[in-house]
Design a binder for this molecule. Structure first.
Ligand SMILES: [Zn+2]
Length: 140
């Protein structure tokens, strides 16, 4: 009796879920980064998606735009931290704010690096959308 191969439907991954997991924006299956956010070896990116082959750097200098996203992340984090520091301590010492902000921003810099690129790929790149046909398993 011949065995019939069941075709598994592609599990849909939402854009938010794919972005949090730093998956390819086109197929949402291949990893964008080769290492974790807080890896001691640094953050290495794959040049192409391991599943669909998408080249992540869309054009020369593409990653410079992620600096603006990272800047927005930093401003939002610093304002939030400054307000939280004021509400929690009530202090007027500028050294307390400088110490806390620089320390936390230093700790968050790997997060900002990673997710500024993910946000750029997912939501700020025209014409780069999820395509279910790329998410399907490749034929052997
Ligand atoms: Zn892909």
């Amino acid at each position: 009796m011949p065995t019939s191969k069941k075709i598994q439907p592609v599990k849909y991954v939402s854009a938010l879920q794919g972005a949090i997991q730093a998956k390819c924006p086109r197929c949402r299956r291949g990893d964008i980064f080769a290492s974790s956010t807080y890896s001691f070896t640094g953050q290495k990116m794959h040049e192409n998606c391991s599943h669909c082959g998408l080249h992540y750097e869309r054009e020369p200098g593409y990653w410079y735009v992620s600096m603006f996203v990272s800047y927005a992340f930093n401003v939002a984090e610093m304002v939030t931290l400054a307000v939280a520091t004021y509400l929690l301590t009530g202090s007027h010492s500028p050294w307390l704010y400088v110490g806390i902000l620089l320390g936390i921003i230093f700790l968050l810099s790997p997060f900002n690096y990673r997710y500024s690129r993910v946000v750029l790929l997912y939501w700020l790149t025209p014409g780069l959308n999820y395509n279910e046909s790329y998410a399907e398993d490749r034929q052997p």
